[in-house]
Design a protein around this ligand. Structure first.
Ligand code: NAD
Ligand code: UDP
Length: 313
């Protein structure tokens, strides 16, 4: 049994990871300031004596009593909507928050995981994106607060590894979706599903020719766990490599929901990446991991979840 500190525990991925760790018999100390997370994501875990939830902004120093085996750092707003709404908070959690979590890992001699992102590749000029690619990021654009804070977080993680021998790992997470996403999260999968369920037009940004690869949450969490257990430093891309255009996704969601919604083209946001797809040979070779949930199946499960959430409103 491991004692795990998990930042961002009330978020979409953090709550799914907490659930998985508890199932495996670990103790989880969740930390969250609820800027984009929700207590309802972890309501079912609060009765477990192996789970505790501390309300804290990790940009501020924190103390945890007793030994800690793993520090898993997932806290950060992650939706492009939040890049505009919470720019300074994003930079603070990526900079000061990562610093505090690395300091905790150092003090406790714990394994550290950074939840980094495919956004470190920006609008990539190399396709698919291997971990060796340095990226193409506009440092002044709307997405910069997120992209650059994650790039800084990666550099800081490597600095702690090299200077203090902290046992670190960097996961570069690609677009992930599934039950647990907020109705108003703002990312494409939840937007399209909610719009289709409500019979409203699906808001395709630009012509919808931009591509993404969507990974189901359970697969992603399995990959993160494998990376933490592996002892590997990374960075390792974790995601699906089934590429689809945003327009194809819109049509697929309409079909799955059986909706009468139409598709409406709206403005393409600044610096929206044109193509994104992970090169996954490291995940395969070092973690023996790949995503296995078909998009159709994952979307069906997500539709069920968001439909229930809408009915509870
Ligand atoms: P989310 O917004 O659902 O969860 C983030 C959580 O962090 C929330 O509960 C939020 O309240 C918490 N948080 C934010 N700032 C904090 C702070 N200063 N102190 C304490 N808690 C704070 O997002 P998510 O999709 O679950 O993303 C989790 C992590 O995975 C993020 O670091 C994100 O960058 C990374 N990631 C996610 C995806 C994805 O597709 N979901 C892709 C790439 C990377
Ligand atoms: N997108 C869209 N309609 C929406 C939300 C997003 O067409 O209502 C597009 C967005 O511009 C991007 C893709 O869908 O090209 C994925 O967006 P998301 O916000 O999910 O994540 P990103 O990959 O941009 O980080």
């Amino acid at each position: 049994m491991k004692r795990v500190v998990l930042s961002g525990a009330a978020g979409f991925l953090g709550s799914a990871l907490a659930r998985r760790l508890l199932k495996r018999g670990h103790e989880v100390i969740g930390i969250d300031n609820f800027s984009t997370g929700r207590r309802s994501n972890v309501d079912d875990l609060l009765s477990s004596k192996s789970f505790s939830l501390v309300t804290h902004d990790i940009a501020e120093p924190l103390t945890i009593d007793g030994p800690v085996d793993q520090v898993l750092h997932l806290a950060s707003p992650a939706s492009p909507n939040d890049f505009v709404r919470l720019p300074i908070q994003i930079m603070k959690v990526g900079g000061l928050g990562t610093h505090n979590m690395l300091g905790l890992a150092k003090a406790k001699m714990a394994r550290f995981l950074l939840a980094s992102t495919s956004e470190v590749y920006g609008d990539p000029l190399v396709h698919p994106q291997p971990e060796t690619y340095w990226g193409n990021v506009n440092p002044l654009g709307q997405r910069a607060v997120y992209d650059e804070s994650k790039r800084y977080a990666e550099a800081l993680t490597m600095a702690y590894r090299n200077q203090h021998q902290v046992n670190t790992a960097i996961a570069r997470i690609f677009n992930t979706y599934g039950p647990g996403m907020r109705l108003d999260d703002g990312r494409v999968v939840s937007n399209f599903i909610v719009q289709a369920l409500q019979g409203r037009p699906l808001t395709v940004h630009g012509t919808g020719s931009q591509t993404r690869c969507f990974c189901y949450v359970d697969d992603l969490i399995a990959g993160l766990c494998k990376l933490v257990e592996s002892g590997h430093a990374g960075p390792i891309n974790i995601g699906s490599d089934t590429e689809i255009t945003v327009l194809e996704l819109a049509q697929l969601v309409i079909d799955i929901v059986g909706s009468k919604s139409t598709i409406s083209e709206v403005d393409l946001p600044e610096d929206d990446p044109t193509r994104r797809k992970p090169e996954l040979s490291r995940a395969d070779q070092f973690l023996d991991w790949r995503a296995t949930t078909a998009l159709q199946q994952g979307l069906e499960l997500t539709v069920k979840y968001l439909d229930r959430e809408l009915r509870l409103m």
